[in-house]
Ligand binder design. Structure first.
Ligand SMILES: Cc1cc2nc3c(=O)[nH]c(=O)nc-3n(C[C@H](O)[C@H](O)[C@H](O)COP(=O)(O)O)c2cc1C
Length: 173
């Protein structure tokens, strides 16, 4: 049976939540799934398809994501692979595709990796969970971009239909 790997890089757990939904879709298609946190020494050889998901914080995916992709580029190019990014800018309909989102294209171009499938998902806003300064900064960004600024707001912007559609594409790889 084919074994699909989902590696995630998360701070607050939303990218993992998306991986769990993708896992559900892919398992429904009869494939075997492994979900794991991205670690530099993770061995990819045993897997048939590799999917990496990472969230954005202050304009960037975490540096270990780029390091991992560079280190594993040969195997990522040899096997069917996919990448998805999670960020709050993607809540805007004109910024929710790999072509229109400000982070994804630039990031993959810098790495030089061309996954077969790329997706961008809108993430989660959870003010009560953030530390004081993070909360203020994000509220200010939301003020500028016409998002929620109430410090009690908890909003999940993720389009789960879009996530499931991506899961079906992964299953077909
Ligand atoms: C401190 C902080 C900084 C963030 N910076 C950005 C950003 O620069 N651009 C963006 O689109 N989203 C930004 N976000 C939103 C996150 O990408 C979003 O909350 C996502 O769901 C986080 O996923 P995770 O829980 O897997 O880390 C930020 C969130 C926090 C808490």
């Amino acid at each position: 049976m084919k074994n699909i790997l989902f590696l995630y890089s998360t701070v607050d757990g939303h990218t993992l939540k998306i991986c769990r939904r993708l896992q559900h879709v892919v398992e429904q298609a009869g494939l075997q799934v492994t979900v794991a946190a991205l670690r530099p020494d993770f061995e990819l050889e045993a897997f048939d398809t590799i999917v990496i998901g990472a969230s954005i914080r202050y304009g960037k995916h975490r540096p270990e994501v780029a390091r991992f992709m560079r280190a594993k580029r040969a195997i990522l190019e040899r096997k069917p692979s996919a990448f998805f990014s999670v960020n709050i800018v993607a809540r805007k309909p004109n910024k929710n595709t790999p072509e229109t989102n400000p982070y994804v294209g630039k990031f993959l171009h810098q790495i030089g990796w061309r996954p077969r499938h790329v997706a961008v998902f809108a993430g989660m806003l959870d003010y009560p969970r953030y530390g004081f300064w993070d909360r203020q900064v994000i509220r200010f960004i939301m003020l500028l971009t016409k998002g929620p600024t109430d410090p009690e707001s908890v909003v999940e912007f993720t389009d789960w239909e879009q996530v499931e559609a991506f899961g079906r594409r992964i299953s077909a790889l």
